[in-house]
Design a protein around this ligand. Structure first.
Ligand code: GLU
Length: 554
């Protein structure tokens, strides 16, 4: 067979050769051991938490080695593509501050010298490589129809072949002559281009997966489709060309691709390309609420599968990234303890420290991480984040915050900006409820939290007395001194230890007195610093709430 003639017959318009591409996309000039990684989503839906997890792995790997991480859009499957797929991906990453050095930056925009970074714009590249494969006798046209392929599959099933697919005696078009091919093309018969696999049926390949170690698998013997009948490449072929010409050093992708590695390695070799290093990341799992089993996060069942969930709930991006890193590298938490203020992207991320079994995504743990992250933010930062979140998701909170920024910041500053900040808030959607008693518009009186050991009369007496001694100008110590002084005349003790020793001698202790005041003015039993709350509420509101409580408990 004259393969050169066949390549001209199949690709008359392709004038470039792989050497032209080598020249156009030269090896990158990076320092030794710098890693070039890519995140390569298909725009088929919203950004999944697993996607964010994967992209973070790519970005962290590149950052830790002084390399490059780029975003490539794999849009060869037009049937599965959704309209806003690319924007959904880009907006998802923007919301979490995960940025790529190169690649697609928006709908129709990109940066970097190794583009285009969208597969549908790279058809000439794939065809150039494909033509070269035909020229070397490593690819051939296949005219089998869908019906013929289904029939073949049926027969393979009947025969019980170990592998299903187009190979060996089933590969009917493998040895067509030039004249047969030409006649079919002249007759307008559609065809795909297939790889001429050269693996042995009993052959094995061994490759090193950075996360999983050595993996042994059967060699590829399938004549995989490289170009579909419309000339569009399959994922297998496209990613091989792209990872080579974009000079990817490390292919980091989900574990569902492990089974395709033999195919991919065979393709890299056939094309004369260096095989990249592989790292197959574990899946993001969760414990099923119903049966306690460990399962994959599901788009259908789990709202937290979509990254938009975290945006809508108001988890700060810092919390989500911080939490994902605890899942990605087991030593992250130690590093964080030693570097409490360091930028997350300065963490020396290491693929080798990734676990190969599924990562458990746990909303409770995320909530804890987030409380820590938010607790060390300044009140100004929190105010800014809440305002931005509320603008989109809670108009009422937005207008309250917008109207009186200083008041809001002062509220948010209670028990904050000190060495032991309070850890209450995990997401912005909790803030309104958390601070509602500071706003008459939101406040709903509820005195059910009054201490149970006290009678209505005792509670009434505490509140009457408090109105008497309350002076909004008192400093904190003075204020608390007065509360203690209130105790004895009312039958309480200022000394909690003493109360515990002789509970029958008192109505309650100083803590009960403060609880009565707390519940009266906030309708809560648990709040941040009561002194600051009273200060911020101001005399008028404090008195009117206490009066309302006096009425309410009657
Ligand atoms: N487009 C493929 C996917 O979305 C990417 C696989 C890869 O990273 O190579 O699953």
């Amino acid at each position: 067979m004259d393969y050169e003639a066949l390549s001209e017959l199949l690709f008359p318009d392709i004038t470039k050769t792989p050497s032209d591409l080598e020249e156009k996309y030269p090896p990158r000039q990076l320092k030794e051991n710098a890693r070039v990684t890519r995140f390569a989503p298909s725009p088929t839906g919203y950004l999944h938490i697993g996607g964010l997890f994967g992209a973070l792995t790519d970005v962290m790997t590149a950052k830790a080695t002084g390399g490059v991480a780029y975003l490539r859009i794999e849009d060869t499957d037009k049937k599965r593509e959704i309209e806003d797929g690319v924007s959904a991906i880009i907006n998802g990453f923007d919301a979490f501050g995960v940025g790529f050095d190169e690649g697609v930056t928006g709908f129709g925009t990109e940066k970097g010298d190794y583009g285009p970074y969208t597969q549908s714009k790279r058809v000439e590249i794939y065809k150039t490589v494909a033509k070269d494969l035909v020229k070397k006798g490593l690819a051939y046209p296949c005219f089998c129809t869908a019906e013929e392929l289904t029939e073949m599959r049926g027969e393979q099933e009947k025969e019980g072949t170990a592998i299903w697919g187009y190979f060996g005696k089933w590969a009917k078009c493998r040895d067509l002559t030039f004249d047969e091919i030409k006649a079919k093309i002249d007759a307008g018969q559609p065809y795909v281009l297939r790889f001429r696999a050269n693996g042995r049926e009993d052959g094995k390949i061994i490759f090193d997966d950075i996360i999983r170690g050595k993996i042994e698998m059967p060699e590829n013997i399938i004549d995989e489709v490289l170009l579909k009948s419309d000339g569009v490449p399959t994922y297998h072929f496209a990613h091989v060309c792209d990872d080579h010409f974009m000079r990817t050093t490390h292919v980091i992708r989900g574990e569902e691709w492990i089974s395709s590695v033999p195919k991919h390695i065979a393709l890299f070799k056939a094309c004369g390309f260096k095989v990249p290093k592989y790292a197959h990341t574990p899946q993001v799992m969760k414990i099923d609420e119903e049966d306690g089993s460990k399962r994959k996060l599901s788009k259908r069942k789990d709202p937290e599968a979509a990254v938009s969930y975290f945006v809508e709930e108001g988890f700060p991006k810092e919390s989500v990234l911080e939490y994902l890193l605890t899942l990605l590298n087991s030593n992250f938490e130690d590093w964080r303890r030693q570097n409490p203020k360091a930028d997350i992207f300065s963490f020396p991320f290491n693929l080798k420290k990734m676990s190969s079994s599924g990562c458990l995504f746990d909303l409770v743990k995320l909530t804890d991480v987030s409380k820590n992250v938010i607790s060390v933010m300044t009140a100004r930062q929190v105010y800014g984040y809440v305002l931005k979140w509320a603008e989109k998701y809670d108009g009422e909170l937005y207008s309250l915050f917008k109207k009186a920024p200083e008041y809001a910041k002062n509220i948010l500053n209670i028990d904050r900006e000190n060495p032991k900040p309070r850890k209450d808030i995990a997401r912005w959607s909790q803030v309104k409820e958390y601070i509602s008693y500071f706003y008459d518009e939101l406040y709903e009186a509820d005195f059910s939290g009054m201490p149970e050991n006290l009678s209505k009369e005792d509670i009434g007496a505490v509140l009457e007395k408090y109105i008497e001694i309350y002076d909004e100008n008192d400093g904190k110590d003075e204020w608390f001194g007065k509360i203690k002084e209130m105790c004895e005349p009312l039958g309480f003790t200022p000394n909690v230890k003493e109360y515990k020793k002789n509970p029958e001698s008192y109505k309650g202790h100083v803590g009960d007195v403060s609880t009565v005041i707390r519940v009266a003015v906030t309708s809560r039993t648990n709040t941040p610093d009561l002194y600051m709350i009273l200060k911020l509420l101001g005399r008028e509101r404090v008195i009117s709430r206490i009066k309302a409580a006096l009425n309410g408990i009657k």
